[in-house]
Design a protein around this ligand. Structure first.
Ligand code: NAD
Length: 396
């Protein structure tokens, strides 16, 4: 009765498997990590994105240009604006990232990216894939690194979210086998799991951190999560100095709320979907998604972005100029660190923390909610950060 539907699905599945097996072969050809100290110029591409994206990225660029002024003047660093990563242009080309835009992105070494809209059912846009997912895949940005620090709560976490596989990698290739049956795919490979878990353990070792937590749902999602956990176990055995533990994502989500337990976590490594959810939860402790930054790292390219979206409601309500740029500025600090400007990265973190603290300290009656920072214009936040940086950089 369903022969035709099943045959169609099998054919589709065959193509999916072929593509994934070819990807594995590409991963096996180990690429060297890029060395920024030997590059001149390092090209930093800035993509505005949608909604509040262009406003916050412009301010983040202003901050970075100030911090990297000597390198910009010497020609070591070049900022390049990349146009066209907007939902209008993407819809026009019916592509997650139009070819011309992707070509421009590939001519840069690192990207600072504003949030981009991903159409969902009911939106006036064609059903195109997430631009982030497409860029991560095209540039093989396999690690999504998100630090969350709240010193007053004893929180100092860094999440290593697998970024090139899991439940998201084939997001637009799921199947409606019949009107009643929909099937999606989750992918886990030995090579993909190995490189992200290794990166997390290496980070822990380099930074003298003795605890790595692996999060899966391997008791239920046995094949893909099971593989991730098995590989974690093998890599952990190479690091006897690091205590590791594995948690199921449901209980881990709950334990992040436990004041006693959560302070024990330090480095957390997890598959794509769980990483997406847990890092948004974690960001809440730091002051909401407006405050967290994230790095998407591969061996050849890297992309840095805010973890929030394009906040369309803020735009509709005319509050764009109040969009908080802290998250994308923090992503900028991660970019500095990645490029080797570690001291200035730490200073930028410090400057941001100081500005956020000052904003939180201003009297409660001008704030929308008790724990939220005072509304300040996007450009005023950047001004305040630049002012702090001016002083911090003068003291070197
Ligand atoms: P969102 O992050 O845009 O908004 C969630 C809430 O946080 C809203 O109340 C918003 O006003 C607020 N907010 C977000 N950023 C803020 C900032 N900088 N300052 C102040 N408030 C801020 O999430 P959403 O509404 O679910 O998504 C909107 C669009 O963004 C969707 O199309 C989604 O697909 C896309 N998105 C993109 C990315 C990305 O490009 N990395 C990430 C998440 C969502």
């Amino acid at each position: 009765m369903y022969e035709q539907a099943i045959e169609g699905a099998k054919e589709h599945f065959g193509r999916v498997l072929q593509e994934q097996l070819e990807r594995i072969e590409r991963m096996k050809v180990d690429e060297e990590w890029i060395d920024y100290s030997r590059l001149k110029p390092i090209i930093i591409g800035v993509c505005g994105g949608d909604g509040i994206g262009p406003y916050i990225s412009q301010q983040a660029q202003r901050v970075l240009e100030f911090v990297l002024r000597p390198e910009v003047e010497s020609g070591k660093v070049v900022f390049r604006t990349i146009e066209g990563l907007t939902i209008e242009n993407r819809a026009k080309h019916k592509k997650a990232v139009p070819d011309g835009v992707m070509d421009e992105i590939k001519k840069c070494h690192v990207i600072l990216k504003g949030p981009t809209t991903t159409p969902r059912k009911g939106d006036p846009w064609p059903n195109i894939e997430s631009a982030n997912v497409a860029i991560r895949r095209a540039l093989d940005l396999f690690a999504n690194v998100r630090p969350i620090r709240v010193p007053e709560l004893g929180i100092d976490w860094i999440f290593f979210r697998e970024n090139s596989e899991g439940a998201y990698i084939l997001g637009s290739q799921g199947l409606h086998v019949t009107d009643d049956l929909a099937v999606d795919f989750v992918v886990s490979t030995s090579q993909g799991s190995d490189r992200i878990i290794r990166l997390a353990f290496d980070y822990a070792r380099r930074n003298g951190i003795h605890r790595v937590t692996v999060v899966t749902k391997a008791n239920v999602v046995k094949a893909t999560d099971g593989k991730f956990l098995d590989i974690a176990r093998a890599i952990a055995s190479e690091h006897p100095e690091i205590r590791w533990d594995d948690w199921y994502v449901d209980i881990m989500t709950a334990k992040l709320l436990s004041p006693k337990r959560r302070t024990e976590f330090r480095v957390v490594v997890l598959p794509n979907l769980y990483g997406d959810i847990l890092t948004d939860e974690a960001a809440e402790f730091q002051g909401g998604v407006g405050t967290a930054g994230s790095a998407n790292i591969g061996k050849r390219y890297a992309m840095f972005e805010a973890i929030h979206g394009s906040a369309p409601r803020m735009v509709q309500e005319g509050r764009t100029e109040y969009a908080d740029p802290s998250s994308i500025i923090r992503a900028g600090a991660m970019m500095l660190d990645h490029l080797g400007y570690t001291d200035r990265a730490h200073k930028l973190e410090k400057a941001l923390a100081a500005v956020t603290k000052e904003r939180k300290a201003i009297s409660y009656d001008v704030k929308p909610h008790r724990d939220e920072p005072t509304p300040m214009k996007t450009s005023q936040v950047a001004d305040a950060v630049i002012e702090k940086m001016r002083r911090l950089m003068a003291h070197t």
